[in-house]
Write a protein that binds this ligand. Structure first.
Ligand SMILES: Nc1ncnc2c1ncn2[C@@H]1O[C@H](COP(=O)(O)OP(=O)(O)OP(=O)(O)O)[C@@H](O)[C@H]1O
Ligand SMILES: [Mg+2]
Length: 637
C-alpha cells in the first residue's frame, strides 16, 4: 500500500532530468517551443497595457485618431498570440509524439534483451501498461508540462515587472496574494498527488486482472470460478472508484479557493487603486490594468501547480519506465567475450555461419552428412562447430529457496540425440533452458567443447539453437512468413524445402491459400500438430547445430506424430538434439534416454538397455504401451 512518506516525497529532480533528456534530443522542436512560450508570456502581459493605453487616450485627448495606434498595437498582439499558439501546439504535439516513440522503442529494446528470469517475475499486464500508458503519459507531460511551466513562470515574472513599473505600491499589494496562491496550490497538489497514486495503483491491478481474466478464461469457466473472480474484481473496482471520487472532490475545492484568492487580489487593487485614482495619483487606465493583472495572476500559478501535481503523480510512471530501462539483463556477454567479439570483427570480414539447406535436401536422399565440418569461426573467434556439450556438476535453482538440479553431469556428442523423460516437475525443461542459456547454472558449468559457455558469445550460441515447444508460438501472418522467421533472408524455395523436410509441405498445400494462408493470431486457425510442424520447419530453416524439442509430441494425433518422428530422424542427423517426450514411442531410437527425477538422473541408457533393466523406464513404457494398445483397440472397435 501507499506509505505516508511517499506523499511527502519531493519531485525527484534526478529522475525527471533523466526523462527530460528524451526531450533534449529534439532541439529542433524544443527551441521554437521555448521561444513561443516566452513570447506568449510577454504578449499576455501587454494586453492590459493596451487596454490602459486605450482608456488613457479616451480620458485624455479623446481624439479618435489617437486610438488608431492603440488598435494597431492590439491587433499585432492578437496576431502574435495566434501565431504563438500555432507554434506551440505544433511543437508540443510533435515533441510528445517523438518522445513517446523514443521511450517505447527503448522499452521494447530492453524487453527483448532481458532474459527469461525477468519475465518469470513480471505479470504481462504490468509490462503492457508500462509500454503503453506510462510512456504516453510521460511524453505528454514532458512536452506540455515544459511549455506550461516555462510560460507560467515567465508570465508571473513579466506581470510583476509590469506592475512594479506602473506603480510599485499598488504592485506590492497585489503581489501579496502570490504567496497565498502558491501555498494553497502546494497544499492541494500534495493531496491530489496522493490520491492519483492510489488511482494508478488500482488501475494497474485492474489492468493485470483483465489480462489474466482474458488469458485464463477457459480455466475460469471450466472451474466455475466466475463468481469469485467477479467478486475480486468488484473489490478492486470499488477501491478505484473511491480514490477517484476523493480526487475529484479535492479538485473541486481547490479551484474555487484559488479563484477566490485571485478575486481578493483584484478587490484589493480596486480598493487601494480606487483611492489613488480619486487622489489622482494614478490614471483610470492603470487601475484597470492592475485589476486585470490581479485577476490573471492565479492562472499561471494554477497551471504550474497542476503541472507539478501531474509531474508528481506521474513520478511513479516515470520511476517504473526508468526502472525498466535501468534493468540490466543478467545474462549477457562478459567484457572479455565482448573484447573477443570486437577483436574477431576487426580481424575478419563477416563469415557466413549458416550452411545452405541444399545440403540438407541431399541428406534426405541418403547423401553424406550435411553438417560435415564447416571450417568457419563464430563471432567470438572460437570454432563455430560444436562437437560436444557437457554439463559439469551443474546445480541450478530458479530462486534461492529450492534447488532444481543437483550436481548434474552429462556429455552429449555431435550427432547424438538425448531423450529426457520422467515425472512432471523433474527438471527436464530446466535442462534444456540451461543448454539454451536462457538461464545460467548457479553452480558448475555447461561446457561447449571444453569451454564454459559463459566464455562464448551469447548471440552466437542462441543462433545455433532450434527450439520447438509443445505449444509453439506462431505470429499472425502467413505460413510463409512464420517459417521465414527462422531466417529472414531465406528464399521461398528454401522455405518450401524446410517444410518438405519436416513433412509439413503436404498439409500446407492443402490449406486454402497454401503458403500464403493467413493463420490468425497465435496460429489459432491451425491444430496444435500443424503448428508444431510449422515451428519445426521454422527451427530447421535456421539450420541450428543444437535442436531442442520440448514435449513437442505429447498432445498430437498419431498421424502427425508419425510425420514429426519421420522428420526428426532426418533433421537431427549431424546435430546435437534434446528431446523431451511424454510419448515414449517418439524416443525409442534416441542414443541416450535419461529418466530425470527431482533434478537427478535416475536411469540412463538406450531404449533396449533401459527395458532390460526393468526399472522406472520399463514401468513407464509398458504402462504407456498398454494404454495405447487399449486406445487403439477402442478406436478400431
Ligand atoms: N520459471 C520458473 N521459476 C521458478 N520455478 C520454476 C520455473 N520453471 C520451473 N520451475 C520449477 O522447477 C522444477 C522443474 O521444472 P521443469 O519445468 O524443469 O520440470 P519438467 O521436468 O519440465 O516438468 P514437465 O514434465 O511438467 O514439463 C519444478 O519444481 C518447477 O516448479
Ligand atoms: Mg517441461
Amino acid at each position: 500500500m501507499i506509505q505516508e512518506d511517499e506523499i511527502k516525497s519531493k519531485i525527484d529532480l534526478d529522475l525527471w532530468g533523466r526523462i527530460f533528456r528524451y526531450a533534449l534530443s529534439h532541439k529542433r522542436l524544443l527551441i521554437p517551443l521555448a521561444a513561443s512560450a516566452t513570447v506568449l508570456a510577454v504578449i499576455d502581459t501587454f494586453f492590459p497595457i493596451a487596454t490602459k493605453w486605450a482608456i488613457d487616450v479616451i480620458q485624455g485627448s479623446g481624439v479618435i485618431k489617437d486610438l488608431i495606434p492603440v488598435g494597431v498595437f492590439y491587433l499585432s498582439l492578437s496576431a502574435g498570440l495566434a501565431f504563438c499558439v500555432f507554434v506551440f501546439i505544433h511543437c508540443a504535439g510533435g515533441i510528445s509524439h517523438h518522445i513517446a516513440h523514443d521511450i517505447k522503442r527503448d522499452c521494447f529494446k530492453r524487453l527483448q534483451e532481458l532474459e527469461f528470469a525477468f519475465y518469470d517475475k513480471q505479470p504481462t499486464g504490468w509490462l503492457i501498461s508500462r509500454l503503453t500508458a506510462d510512456c504516453d503519459r510521460l511524453s505528454r507531460i514532458l512536452a506540455w508540462g515544459f511549455l506550461d511551466v516555462l510560460w507560467g513562470c515567465l508570465y508571473v515574472l513579466a506581470m510583476s515587472v509590469a506592475m512594479l513599473l506602473l506603480n510599485w505600491k499598488l504592485a506590492l499589494i497585489v503581489l501579496a496574494t502570490l504567496p497565498v496562491l502558491v501555498a494553497l496550490s502546494l497544499f492541494f497538489q500534495r493531496r491530489m498527488l496522493f490520491t492519483s497514486r492510489q488511482i494508478r495503483k488500482h488501475n494497474a491491478r485492474i489492468t493485470a486482472s483483465y489480462g489474466e481474466g482474458i488469458a485464463g478464461v477457459k480455466t475460469t469457466k471450466t472451474l466455475g470460478r466466475e463468481v469469485e473472480n467477479l467478486g475480486e474484481f468488484e473489490g478492486m473496482s470499488t477501491d478505484m472508484y473511491q480514490a477517484s471520487v476523493r480526487r475529484a472532490f479535492l479538485s473541486a475545492i481547490y479551484l474555487p479557493l484559488v479563484m477566490l484568492v485571485g478575486s481578493l487580489g483584484s478587490g484589493l487593487a480596486l480598493w487601494y487603486g480606487g483611492v489613488n485614482l480619486l487622489q489622482e495619483a494614478i490614471s483610470l487606465g492603470t487601475l484597470v490594468a492592475f485589476i486585470s493583472y490581479a485577476g490573471n495572476l492565479f492562472q499561471p500559478i494554477n497551471q504550474i501547480a497542476m503541472i507539478l501535481a501531474e509531474i508528481q503523480g506521474a513520478q511513479a510512471a516515470g520511476e517504473r519506465v526508468m526502472s525498466l530501462l535501468a534493468t540490466k539483463p543478467e545474462i549477457v556477454d562478459s567484457p572479455e567475450v565482448l573484447e573477443k567479439i570486437a577483436n574477431h570483427q576487426a580481424l575478419q570480414s563477416k563469415q557466413p555461419i549458416r550452411r545452405t539447406l541444399h545440403s540438407l535436401a541431399e541428406a534426405k536422399q541418403g547423401q553424406p552428412n550435411p553438417l560435415s565440418p564447416a571450417p568457419t569461426l563464430a563471432n567470438d573467434g572460437h570454432p563455430n562447430r560444436i562437437d560436444e556439450i557437457q554439463f559439469k556438476d551443474v546445480t541450478f535453482s530458479y530462486n534461492q529457496k529450492e534447488t532444481v538440479l543437483k550436481n548434474f553431469n552429462l556429455r552429449v556428442k555431435r550427432g547424438q540425440t538425448i531423450a529426457l523423460v520422467g515425472p512432471s516437475g523433474g527438471g527436464k525443461s530446466t535442462i534444456v533452458s540451461l543448454v539454451s542459456r536462457f538461464y545460467e547454472p548457479t553452480g558448475g558449468g555447461v561446457l561447449i567443447d571444453g569451454i564454459d559457455y559463459r566464455q562464448r558469445s551469447l548471440a552466437w550460441l542462441q543462433s545455433q539453437l532450434g527450439i520447438v515447444l509443445q505449444t509453439p508460438h506462431l505470429f499472425n501472418g502467413t505460413v510463409l512468413e512464420n517459417i521465414r522467421y527462422g531466417r529472414l533472408d531465406a528464399t521461398p524455395e528454401e522455405i518450401r524445402e524446410a517444410a518438405n523436410l519436416v513433412n509439413a509441405h503436404d498439409f500446407v498445400m492443402n490449406l486454402e491459400d497454401g503458403y500464403d494462408t493467413v493463420i490468425g493470431e497465435g496460429g489459432a486457425r491451425l491444430s496444435t500438430g500443424e503448428r508444431q510442424l510449422i515451428s519445426f520447419a521454422r527451427a530447421l530453416l535456421a539450420d541450428p547445430q543444437i535442436f531442442i524439442m520440448d514435449e513437442a509430441t505429447s498432445s498430437i494425433d498419431t498421424e502427425t506424430e508419425k510425420l514429426i518422428q519421420d522428420g526428426m530422424q532426418r533433421v537431427f542427423e549431424g546435430r546435437i538434439s534434446f528431446v523431451i517426450a511424454h510419448r515414449l514411442s517418439t524416443i525409442r531410437s534416441a542414443d541416450q534416454i535419461l529418466v530425470i527425477k527431482q533434478g537427478e538422473i535416475e536411469e540412463q541408457g538406450t531404449h533396449q538397455e533401459l527395458l532390460a533393466r526393468r526399472g522406472h523406464y520399463y514401468e513407464l513404457y509398458t504402462n504407456q504401451f498398454r494404454n495405447e494398445g487399449v486406445n487403439r483397440a477402442m478406436e478400431a472397435g
